[in-house]
Design a protein around this ligand. Structure first.
Ligand code: E4P
Length: 230
């Protein structure tokens, strides 16, 4: 499963992209509204940083205006994917954008029935929000599993698990066979943590320090190797 970052913050993408684990990003109007500066500049910079698909969302409610906004967003960078909220108008806009060769991320898909319509309209990504389902006491794992099953193993569209609130959402999405999870920086950082990793690193460091001559040997080895590469 590919990992995208879910943010409107260039600073967050800069920080997490350095880990080498990101394949793309998603923004939405809420996330971009929290940031200073021009949203187009942010989207372009995020495209450069992740060098993969970056979703930018339309905000109009009628198909014609959604298509116009979608074409404009797609013009920002070749890596932009147009995010279209699910609705009758959204489906019509998706069909038109997809026919133009513009990839669409259909968002706010909360059922297998909606997912089936989304795929027929030509969307590249089907975004289902796990956290928001759980918030209203609907089992997000069951809904996401039904979407994956209904679209089948040879689906054209990719199932994108969104609204990730904790690392287990990410693990569940991967186990269900989702192609992508889009994850806030806070949850990506939580995925790093394990007490045995932290205590293990501390123990290796302490044991190595107990042999100062080994530390000297390693520093010498690094110097030789660096000099040989010059
Ligand atoms: C992603 O594409 C969505 O916009 C996002 O994951 C929504 O997350 P939230 O429910 O935490 O706002």
């Amino acid at each position: 499963m590919k990992l995208f970052i879910d943010t409107g913050s260039v600073a967050e993408v800069e920080e997490i992209a350095a880990w080498g684990v990101l394949s793309g990003a998603t923004t939405n109007p809420t996330l971009l509204a929290k940031e200073e500066g021009d949203p187009g500049d942010s989207i372009r910079r995020i495209c450069e940083l992740v060098d993969g698909p970056v979703s930018g969302e339309v905000v109009s409610e009628d198909a014609r205006s959604m298509v116009a906004e979608g074409r404009a967003l797609a013009g920002l960078d070749d890596r932009v994917v147009v995010k279209v909220p699910f609705s009758e108008e959204g489906l019509a806009a998706t069909r038109e954008l997809a026919s133009d060769g513009i990839p669409v991320n259909e968002t706010l898909v909360f059922s297998a029935a909606q997912a089936l319509l989304t795929v027929e309209a030509g969307a590249t990504y089907v975004s289902c929000f796990m956290g928001r389902l759980d918030d209203i006491s609907i089992d997000s794992e069951a809904v996401l599993g039904e979407i994956v099953e209904a679209l089948g193993p040879n689906r054209d569209a990719q199932v994108l698990a969104a609204s990730m609130r904790h690392p287990m959402h990410v693990v569940i999405a991967a186990k269900l066979g989702c192609e992508v999870a889009t994850i806030p920086a806070k949850v990506l950082k939580a995925m790093l943590a394990h007490p045995l990793t932290e205590s293990g690193i501390a123990r290796f460091a302490d044991d190595w320090k107990s042999r100062p001559e080994f530390g000297k040997w390693l520093r010498g080895l690094v110097e030789e190797s660096t000099a040989a590469q010059r």
